[in-house]
Design a protein around this ligand. Sequence first.
Ligand code: GDP
Ligand code: GDP
Length: 437
Amino acid sequence: MGYTVAIVGRPNVGKSTFFNRLLETRKAIVDDISGVTRDRQYGIADWNGKVFNLIDTGGFVPNTEDIFEKEIRKQVKIAIDEANAIVFMVDVATGITDLDEAMADMLRRTTKPVYVVVNKVDNGTRELEATEFYSLGFAHNFFISSISGSGTGEVMDAITAAISPEDSAETTNEDGLPKFAIIGQPNVGKSSLLNALVGEERTIVSDIAGTTRDTIHTHYKLFQKEFMLIDTAGIRKKSKEKDDLEFYSIIRAIKAMDEADVCLLVLDADKGITAQDVTIFSLASRKGKGIVVLVNKWDLVEKETNTARDYEKTLKQRIAPFTDVPILFISVKDKTRIFKAIEIALEVYDNKKRKIPTSQLNDVMLKAVQAYHAPVVRGNTVKIKYVTQLPTVVPSFAFFTNYPDDIKQPYRNYLENQLRTQFNFKGVPVRIFFRKK
Ligand code: GDP
Ligand code: GDP
């Protein structure tokens, strides 16, 4: 599922300040997830239990004066096409500018919700001035101050009121079939991989439209197993002008991710691991998705004895701390290991669904606790008494303890590693919680 809100607006109206403020509410929850990194362009917002993707389009506009307006128009167009709702941010200090008018003209044509957010309304005088923006003619108007946070709650209330529980839900599995998404940057070989798999005509059961009209779910049968491959229209039918835009490829990847259980993250072996690869990886892990890394175009790489091993090592350094993921070196061109990739994705899916019986979990994990106790904090001897797996989509474990707040990251890592070594969670983010007992 998944619901995406894009923030559009001129430079300096306060988009990134607003974006950071909205994501703050999520902090407490996010910090419980391993492998957390924060980036300024997109994040996962959470308001009263409603979860949605938030994208700051400003993060994607190249900072060169002359192409500004054209670039911003492109971002707005993509936001209108791809997001579920749009926050149109304007600045009371400057009043309505020509570029605001131009953006408003584009936004008036969409039937999607548009929230006009007048920022920098820091005091009463500015509140009066802000009424100017009613003349843009949109139904939803908000006067806020991103710096103080005043008014941002009302914006969140309005956005989340439009989100249905299914949009916000973590589960995607109505029909019980594993769902895989092929994601990655432009030109890494995603379409080629899809076509190589689709080319095996006999394996296709049917083509089903995705839950949003932008995704196609193809039902496969391979190795006696059935699964769905999710691809976005962008993968199958390439519209070149859009496809190379970073914002476009990210928003499409987020959509495919939201509908998937396991993501096949494709990299280009010839290009090495880029920062964007790492952000896509970390987003999938924050969303609790299973991950298989496919290093494609391996045919182009000159190989010596340790080439694969060295590549894997570098890759793991970049994606740390969540490194317990399968990494496959493939060549779609030579059809090397592409079916193996599916086999591994099926294994990751099984790992993600793994439920460990409570007695077995306690036997194993309490032994691990005995072998290495949590350090004493402020004179408190931390005791872990009991462990249970929570009934969640992402494997989550609650450790009951006398001092939940005194258990620090290194010990959390130790427990996670033990869970991973003792039970197989390869390719799956694992969440650990400490609760008072
Ligand atoms: P962006 O380019 O739209 O992402 O804008 P930024 O978030 O970088 O903000 C541009 C400038 O406006 C910065 O100097 C912010 O500190 C300032 N700013 C953002 N929100 C507010 C606000 O609510 N009130 C005031 N007075 N300044 C703000
Ligand atoms: P996408 O943008 O991620 O969907 O990438 P494409 O599937 O369109 O592939 C981009 C380019 O990489 C095309 O020219 C493909 O022929 C080429 N390509 C894809 N897979 C391989 C591979 O395994 N080896 C080589 N040498 N080229 C590949």
